[in-house]
Ligand binder design. Structure first.
Ligand code: UD1
Length: 361
């Protein structure tokens, strides 16, 4: 069985890593790794391949950044000849980025089987580009691998045939558990002078809904400045956010540690020792759940409800007062949050292995 695996943007790389490893371990699956080039900076892409020991992609489409329509179209144009030449039995896509839907569409139009890993997640908020990508990719997929039970329920509700759906666990958590020990060797806490055990907060922010509106971004930055009066706030800045912040003059007033995007191991260590993480990322809600670190999600909804039901995640939206109140609650009860965090079913480091077994069957 020949499978093309597609990786495009940063959150894809931690999902592709365990799949490549599991497929290469099992006889009977031949892999071709395609990088669309949606993310291309050394810090957003190459570093992750190196740290996670992902083999060099056989093919790089080199598409880069553009508007949604142009980026999606360029990926489709570049991916079609690859499929025609490689003639795989299946294309496997992960997550919910533009590369996911673009390559999925090309596959089904050429009647190549489509496999979606991390299927069924729904925020029920179609103003998020990722929600559109998730809905469309799931509709056209032949095999849908879910990370949590809500994904299975959503797909059933949408009428997806039962035999296509498999609850296998979370491949992103496979990568976390594999690298947790290695990440402890990172020197990031020394570099940031945070190695003396004092509490600190970690922030990530990149959703268009938070960073593309100057008013919203200004409100969030003001509340981060408030938090920084109580503990250091480390904020590795995504390129999208960096470009928005460049127009924002007031950030030097209170010392936030603004850094460039960090590699996987540095960021994992930073999260694992934080008092609290504030984020609008999807994957970080899952990672903090496994690490037992309180997570305040600066969104009104989540497509990963299990992180709220079983984990350490709280939805706090983008209202500065609510963020600050939640920060104070969490700060005082952080140890308790750590104790009550439970591991969602099948988030055990073996999701990719289950997927490989199902594919071979
Ligand atoms: C994309 C995904 C989002 C994911 C996020 C993680 C979609 C619709 N969005 O959003 O789901 O959570 O990746 O990062 O697919 N840029 C660089 N270097 C890079 C990549 C991007 O400087 O390597 C800059 C470009 O100016 C670009 C901007 O960042 O315009 C945004 O990148 P883009 O890939 O369009 O979307 P993300 O916000 O990263």
């Amino acid at each position: 069985m020949k499978i093309i695996l597609v990786a495009g943007a940063r959150p894809n790389f931690m999902k592709i890593a365990p799949l490549m490893a599991a497929f290469q371990e099992k006889p009977g699956i031949q892999t071709v790794l395609v990088h669309t080039g949606q993310h291309y900076d050394q810090a957003m892409s190459e570093l992750f391949f190196r740290e996670l020991e992902i083999p060099e992609p056989e093919i790089n489409l080199g598409v880069g950044s553009a508007s949604h329509a142009v980026q999606t179209a360029e990926i489709m144009k570049a991916f079609e000849p690859v499929l025609l030449a490689e003639k795989p039995d299946a294309v496997l896509v992960v997550g919910d980025v533009n590369s996911t839907i673009a390559c999925g569409l090309v596959a089904v139009k050429l009647e190549v089987k489509l496999i979606h890993v991390e299927a069924g997640l729904r925020s029920f908020d179609q103003s998020m580009p990722e929600e559109i990508n998730r809905l469309l990719t799931d509709t056209i997929s032949d095999l849908l691998f879910c990370s949590e039970r809500s994904g299975v329920e959503n797909l059933r509700h949408e009428g997806v045939a039962e035999e296509k759906i498999h609850l296998v666990g979370n491949v992103m958590i496979d990568t976390l558990l594999k690298n947790r020990g290695k990440a402890e060797h990172s020197k990031i806490l020394d570099d940031l002078h945070l190695n003396d055990g004092r509490p600190y907060a970690v922030v990530t922010l990149h959703r268009p809904s938070n960073v593309d509106s100057p008013g919203q971004l200004r409100g969030i930055m003001a509340v981060l400045a408030e938090i920084a009066r109580e503990m250091p706030v480390v904020f590795p800045v995504h390129p999208r956010t960096r470009s928005r912040l460049d127009g924002y003059g007031n950030r030097g007033a209170v010392p936030l540690f603004l850094t460039d995007p960090l590699g996987y191991l540095d960021f994992l260590k930073l999260m694992a020792h934080a008092r609290v993480v504030l984020t609008d990322s999807g994957g970080i809600q899952e990672e903090t759940t496994i690490l037992g670190i309180p997570c305040l999600t600066l969104r009104d909804n989540t497509e990963r409800p299990i992180t709220v039901e079983m984990g350490t995640n709280r939805l706090v939206g983008a209202d500065p007062v609510r963020i600050l109140d939640s920060f104070h609650e969490v700060h005082s009860g952080a140890e308790r949050a750590k104790r009550i965090a439970r591991r969602p079913p099948l988030w055990d480091g073996r999701a990719a292995e289950r997927i490989a077994d199902i594919l071979r069957r």
